[in-house]
Design a protein around this ligand. Structure first.
Ligand code: ADP
Length: 509
C-alpha cells in the first residue's frame, strides 16, 4: 500500500477508536449515574418504609396496650392506667352493643368545653363512620379522618367478656405524635430531609424542601394508622445527587476535550502531510522547470556557437546577431543560476547578504541597462523615473539588482502585450519605494498573495509555454525582508500589475 493511503487508513482507525472510546465512556458514565441514582432512591425508599413501620408500630403498640387493659367490669383500673402511663392516647370511649356510651366509659385528656364538643362529635359522626357493627371480635380497626378541618386517629375493637359485647374506641394523641414521636424518628442531623404531609399536600411535620429536585424525592403513604398522611424523603441539598450531576458534566467535559485534542492532533497531522505532499510536488515541478530553463538557453548557445565556429554566417551583421543571441542567452542563464544559488542559500538558512552603503538609483540603472536588450527584443519600452535626492541606504547591491531584474524579467515574460514597463524610484516618509508597473494581464486577486510563495506559479501561466521556476518572487520578497522592507503587488486582472518594493531609509539627522 502507498504510504499516504496507509496513513489515511490509520487516521480513520484512530478516529473510529477515539469515537468508540468516547461513546463507551459517555455511556459508562451515564449508566453509572443512573445506577447510582437508583441505589440512592432505593435506599431512601427503604428508609422511608422503615420509618413508617416504626411509627405505626409505636401507635399500634400503645393502642394494643390499652385494648388489653380494658376490663368492662373494672373501669376504674383503666382510668388509673390512663392517668399515669399512656401519653399517646387522648381519649378512650366504651360503647355497649347498642353503640351507647356505657356508664363510666368515657375518658379524655380534654378539658372544659372541649369535653362536651368531643362527645358530641363522637356521637354525631365518629361512631357512624367507624362501622362498628361489622367489626370482628378482638380485631383492631383504624380510622384516620378530618372533622372540622382537624385530624383525628381512632382505633377501635369489638370485645366480649362474660357474655357481653362492647366496643372500645381509642383516640390517639396526634399532637404528641407530631411533637414527640416524629422528631425521635426523623433525626435533625440526618443526611436526609423528612416531611409529613396530608392528602392535600399541606405540611404536617418537617421542613419545606420544595427546592429539592422533584425526581430525588421519595414519597410513601402511611398504611394502617394515619393513612391519610404521607412521608416524603429528600436528599439534603448539595449531597450525592446534586454533585453527581456536576460529576457527569465533568466526565462529559473530559471526554469532549480528549476527543477535541485527538481530532485537533489528527487535523494538524493531516495538514502537515498535505503540506509535505504539496512541497514535494512543487519541488519536483521546480526541478523540471529549472532543467527546462537551463536546457533552452544552453541549446540556443550551443546551436549559434556551432554556427559561428563553423563559419556558417552570411554576413558580419549576421555573425554579430548570433553573438548577441549567445550573449543574451548566457546572461539569462547566469541570472537563472544566480537565482537558484541564492535561493538555495536562503533555503539552507545561510546568511546570503553583504550589506554596504550605496545608492539604490545606481542599482536600478544597472538593472535597467542589463534588461534593455531583452525589453527591446520583446518589442517593449521601459520608462524609468528616478526622483532626485534619494538617501544613502545600507543594502546588498547584488541582491537588490537581482530583485529588480526579476521584477523587470517578469514584466517582460508575463506582460509583453502591455508594451510598456514603468519603473519609478522615489522617497517616501522613512522609506524608499521602487515600483515596477506593467500593463499586461495582471494577476487574479486570490493569487496575489500566493505568487510570493516559493515554487508558486499562477494558474494563468501554468499551461502556457512561459518558462519559469516559481522562485523569482519568493527571492524578491526574501531580499526585501532582509532589508527590513517588503514587497507587495497591486493588480486588477486585465489592467496590468504593479509590484512595489520598499526598504526603510535611515532617519535624516
Ligand atoms: P516564475 O516567473 O519563475 O514563474 P516568479 O516567482 O517570478 O516565478 O513568479 C511567480 C508567478 O507570479 C508567475 O508564475 C506568474 O504567474 C506570476 N507573475 C509574476 N509577475 C507577473 C506579472 N508581471 N504579471 C502577471 N503575472 C505575474
Amino acid at each position: 500500500m502507498r504510504r499516504p493511503a496507509l496513513v489515511y487508513v490509520l487516521m480513520a482507525a484512530v478516529i473510529a477508536a477515539a469515537a468508540g472510546l468516547a461513546y463507551y465512556g459517555y455511556r459508562y458514565s451515564r449508566e453509572l449515574s443512573i445506577r447510582e441514582r437508583a441505589v440512592i432512591l432505593d435506599t431512601m425508599r427503604e428508609l422511608a418504609e422503615e420509618k413508617i413501620i416504626g411509627i405505626e408500630s409505636e401507635l399500634i403498640k400503645s393502642a394494643n396496650a390499652v385494648f388489653h387493659r380494658v376490663d368492662i367490669s373494672n373501669l376504674l383500673e383503666l382510668q388509673k392506667f390512663l392517668g399515669t402511663e399512656r401519653p399517646a392516647i387522648e381519649s378512650v370511649v366504651i360503647l355497649d352493643e347498642s353503640l351507647s356510651i356505657v356508664p363510666g366509659g368515657f375518658f379524655t385528656k380534654r378539658r372544659g368545653d372541649q369535653i362536651a364538643e368531643f362527645r358530641e362529635l363522637l356521637q354525631s359522626r365518629v361512631i357512624a363512620d367507624l362501622d362498628l357493627p361489622n367489626a370482628q371480635v378482638d380485631q383492631r380497626g383504624d380510622l384516620h379522618a378530618y372533622y372540622h378541618g382537624r385530624p383525628y386517629l381512632f382505633s377501635y375493637m369489638r370485645q366480649s367478656s362474660a357474655g357481653r359485647t362492647y366496643y372500645v374506641i381509642l383516640e390517639a394523641d396526634l399532637d404528641y405524635l407530631v411533637s414527640t414521636v416524629f422528631p425521635q424518628f426523623f433525626a435533625v442531623r440526618s443526611p436526609r430531609l423528612y416531611q409529613v404531609v396530608d392528602s392535600a399536600g399541606e405540611l404536617v411535620y418537617g421542613f419545606d424542601f420544595s427546592s429539592a429536585p422533584g425526581d430525588v424525592v421519595v414519597e410513601l403513604s402511611f398504611v394502617e394508622t394515619v393513612d391519610r398522611w404521607r412521608l416524603r424523603v429528600a436528599q439534603r441539598e448539595g449531597m450525592a445527587l446534586a454533585s453527581e450531576s456536576s460529576r457527569r458534566a465533568m466526565d462529559l467535559l473530559l471526554i469532549g476535550s480528549a476527543l477535541v485534542v485527538i481530532l485537533a492532533g489528527l487535523a494538524i497531522l493531516l495538514w502537515g502531510l498535505r503540506r509535505e505532499q504539496r512541497a514535494n510536488e512543487l519541488k519536483s515541478e521546480f526541478i523540471s522547470n529549472v532543467s527546462h530553463e537551463l536546457k533552452t538557453p544552453l541549446s540556443i548557445i550551443s546551436m549559434f556557437g556551432e554556427m559561428l565556429a563553423l563559419g556558417r554566417t552570411r554576413s558580419v551583421e549576421q555573425a554579430t546577431e548570433y553573438a548577441e543571441i549567445i550573449w543574451r542567452e548566457s546572461q539569462r542563464l547566469a541570472r537563472l543560476i544566480d537565482n537558484v544559488l541564492d535561493f538555495a542559500k536562503i533555503e539552507r538558512g545561510v546568511n546570503a547578504y553583504e550589506f554596504a552603503e550605496g545608492h539604490l538609483e545606481d542599482v536600478i540603472e544597472r538593472a535597467v541597462a542589463l534588461s534593455l536588450r531583452r525589453v527591446q527584443s520583446a518589442d517593449m519600452i521601459i520608462e524609468t523615473q528616478i526622483a532626485p535626492g534619494l538617501p544613502v541606504l545600507r543594502m546588498d547591491e547584488g541582491a537588490l539588482t537581482l530583485a529588480t531584474l526579476n521584477l523587470i524579467d517578469n514584466a517582460i515574460k508575463y506582460a509583453p502585450s502591455g508594451k510598456r514597463i514603468e519603473l519609478s524610484l522615489r522617497p517616501e516618509p522613512d522609506r524608499v519605494a521602487l515600483e515596477v508597473r506593467d500593463f499586461g494581464p495582471g494577476i487574479a486577486v486570490d493569487e496575489q498573495a500566493r505568487i510570493f510563495e516559493r515554487f508558486y506559479r499562477a494558474r494563468a501561466v501554468r499551461l502556457k509555454p512561459i518558462r519559469g521556476s516559481g522562485i523569482g518572487l519568493a527571492l524578491v520578497k526574501h531580499i526585501a525582508e532582509a532589508h527590513h522592507g517588503d514587497v507587495e503587488v497591486a493588480s486588477e486582472p486585465g489592467q496590468g500589475a504593479t509590484f512595489r518594493l520598499w526598504i526603510p531609509a535611515p532617519a535624516r539627522g
